[in-house]
Write a protein that binds this ligand. Structure first.
Ligand SMILES: [Zn+2]
Length: 300
């Protein structure tokens, strides 16, 4: 999965320091979710079109460094904010770049979807996490209690109100991904979303509501989206998914009683019982969804 970057490690501890020449800088544009990057295909040529299921290139990514900023954009160095570290490399956010008006020679604005498959994987995971923090910083500028402009806290990753001392921490949206097995253990429910750009096969998924356990979220989402009762709800693994500011928690469960799917057409364009033998190949191994489908295919 995207976050499985060992022997590398993303140190999320808040240990700000002065930017060094080789430290990474992420600049994002919220329009179209883009990052300032240089991307190459497997033959070393610059990528000239979006990576899709029909064009499944593993892109090699190059990211702006502090030295690029020193030589090309020295007046923007003051706007760099420490985010976290990947091994010894500190990662900074250009807090001034939320649109594509900025140019850095050699780099272009490319979709953050490249982080799902891009290499080196540790920096792609850093990119998804940096996007998550960038979105939070961009939308957390004024105190919700008194309206005063917020300032970054000096000791922890938080925004602080200098007027009323309100503290706001990064927002993480908890969500569940659900593998629903048939009673005989040989089929799983796959689906395709309605009204979303992602047209691949998905599992049932949804955000946790206030006041419910994650197991209750699983039972509620299954009932809402495919109209089934489930039992034996078992936790599998989790995944930080910065693209949606989410923390995904994967569960398997077994249908309880009637197996006839009653699909919610507002959420799902399709939902069907797929036998293990018909799952076939999955493109991309970065998502918890694909890992859970592959695991069911191989092990039941
Ligand atoms: Zn305040």
């Amino acid at each position: 999965m995207l976050q499985d970057i060992a022997p590398h490690h993303l140190h999320i501890e808040y240990t700000p320091a002065e930017p060094q020449e080789d430290d990474l800088v992420f600049a994002f544009s919220d329009k179209g979710k883009k990052a300032l990057l240089r991307a190459f295909d497997d033959t070393g040529r610059l990528l000239d079109r979006p990576v899709t299921d029909e064009y499944p290139v593993i892109p090699k990514l190059l990211f702006p460094r502090v030295l690029d900023y020193r030589s090309q954009l020295p007046d923007r160095l003051d706007g760099l904010r420490f985010l976290f570290r990947v091994d010894e490399t500190a990662v900074f956010l250009d807090t001034g770049a939320y649109d594509e008006s900025m140019a850095l020679p050699g780099y272009t604005w490319l979709s953050t979807r490249l982080f799902r498959r891009g290499l080196p994987q540790e920096f792609s995971f850093a990119g998804a996490t940096a996007w998550h923090l960038s979105e939070w910083y961009r939308t957390t500028r004024f105190c919700g209690r008194c309206g005063a402009p917020l300032k970054p806290d000096l000791k922890e990753r938080a925004m602080r109100c200098p007027s009323c001392s309100n503290i706001i921490y990064p927002r993480i949206n908890p969500a569940v991904i659900i593998g629903i097995r048939s009673a005989d253990g040989e089929r799983i429910i796959l689906s395709r979303y309605a009204d979303r750009p992602y047209k691949g096969r998905a599992l049932i998924a949804g955000y946790c509501e206030i006041g419910e356990t994650v197991e209750e979220t699983v039972a509620r989402e299954v009932m809402e989206e495919v109209g089934l009762h489930v039992k034996d709800i078992t936790y599998y693994r989790s995944q930080p998914w910065g693209f949606d500011s989410a923390l995904l928690m994967g569960f398997y469960c077994t249908v309880d009683g009637d197996e006839a799917i009653k699909r919610d057409p507002g959420e799902l364009a399709e939902a069907w019982w797929c036998p293990r033998s018909e799952i076939g190949d999955l493109i991309g191994t970065s998502s918890l969804t694909n890992e859970m489908i592959a695991r069911f295919r191989d092990n039941g």
